[in-house]
Design a protein around this ligand. Structure first.
Ligand SMILES: N[C@@H]1[C@@H](O)[C@H](O)[C@@H](COP(=O)(O)O)O[C@@H]1O
Length: 263
């Protein structure tokens, strides 16, 4: 696991954007795994700008989002499908038919997960998966105690996650307690993973992800077993790490090596 610690959320978004740009330049028909939440918003803004400048194109790209609220159809303002259309898809040159979000209104939610897995497989798998992280270490909606080999399925949300996400719902609005989410096993099959975290509220989850034992108590810690994961975090999210200086040293050495190799 590569840990990149940067001074602020802007630098985190810029670093992540560069990784997406080089992915799209080297493989224009990339399959992207995408995430919702407030953390990736700045990165999406930068991808939109890069697309408008014609630096990158999404014409051949396919996307798969991590998760969706069960019980919300895609046209519901709080659905993750709506979030993605609003914050990314309708601003870029992507074919909307190539964008996928689990169906929160599926008639049979139990088979919806398997169908989603088949779609990902049919596209050749996810090249690069973007993740945020919950304060309790969840990724997608894989809450603590999730099976580390899990596939896309229905998951019950913890009260902590319901409370954290309550800010997106008005007081009288129905807030789902269930979701359909890619599993940890699904995420682990992505060729590359980029996890973004900013702010002190994520420090404990980041500590458990990077330095804690590999444990279902912190689902993100499964990424310790992933071959190509980059955690891009700001100083505030890094405060509880034991080896901050070592991670910063590694990144300086990596950058120097890449420069020497002319990359
Ligand atoms: N299902 C999403 C996660 O994918 C996201 O990572 C998390 C953190 O969101 P934020 O980036 O707003 O802190 O929120 C939700 O629970």
């Amino acid at each position: 696991m590569k840990v990149v610690i940067l001074e602020n959320p802007e630098a985190v978004a810029a670093y992540g954007t560069e990784m997406f740009k080089s992915q799209l330049k080297s493989k224009p028909d990339s399959v992207l795994g995408l995430a919702t939440g407030s953390t990736p918003l700045a990165l999406y803004q930068q991808l939109i700008s890069a697309n408008k400048n014609r630096e990158i194109s999404f014409k051949e790209v396919s996307t798969f989002n991590l998760d969706e609220y069960l019980g919300l159809a895609g046209d519901h303002p709080q659905s993750y499908r709506h979030f993605m259309n609003d914050n990314l898809f309708r601003h870029i040159d992507i074919n909307i038919d190539n964008t996928h979000v689990p169906d929160g209104a599926a008639e049979d939610p139990l088979s919806a997960g398997n169908n989603y897995e088949q779609l990902i497989k049919a596209k050749g798998g996810i090249d690069i998966q973007l993740l945020g992280i919950g304060r309790n270490g969840h990724v997608g909606f894989n809450e603590p105690s999730s099976c580390l080999a899990s596939r896309t399925r229905v998951k019950t949300l913890t009260q902590a996650t319901i409370d954290d996400n309550a800010r997106f719902f008005s007081a009288d609005e129905y807030q789902p307690h269930l979701s359909i989410t890619m599993g940890i096993g699904t995420i682990m099959e992505s060729k590359h993973v980029i996890l973004l975290a900013t702010g002190a509220s994520k420090a404990e989850a980041i500590k458990a992800t990077v330095e804690g034992p590999l444990s279902a108590s912190c689902p993100a810690s499964a990424l310790q077993m992933h071959l190509s994961t980059t955690l891009i975090i700001d100083d505030a999210a890094a405060t509880q790490l034991r080896d901050i200086e070592f991670y910063k040293h590694i990144e300086r050495e990596n950058q120097a090596l890449l420069k020497r190799l002319g990359r």
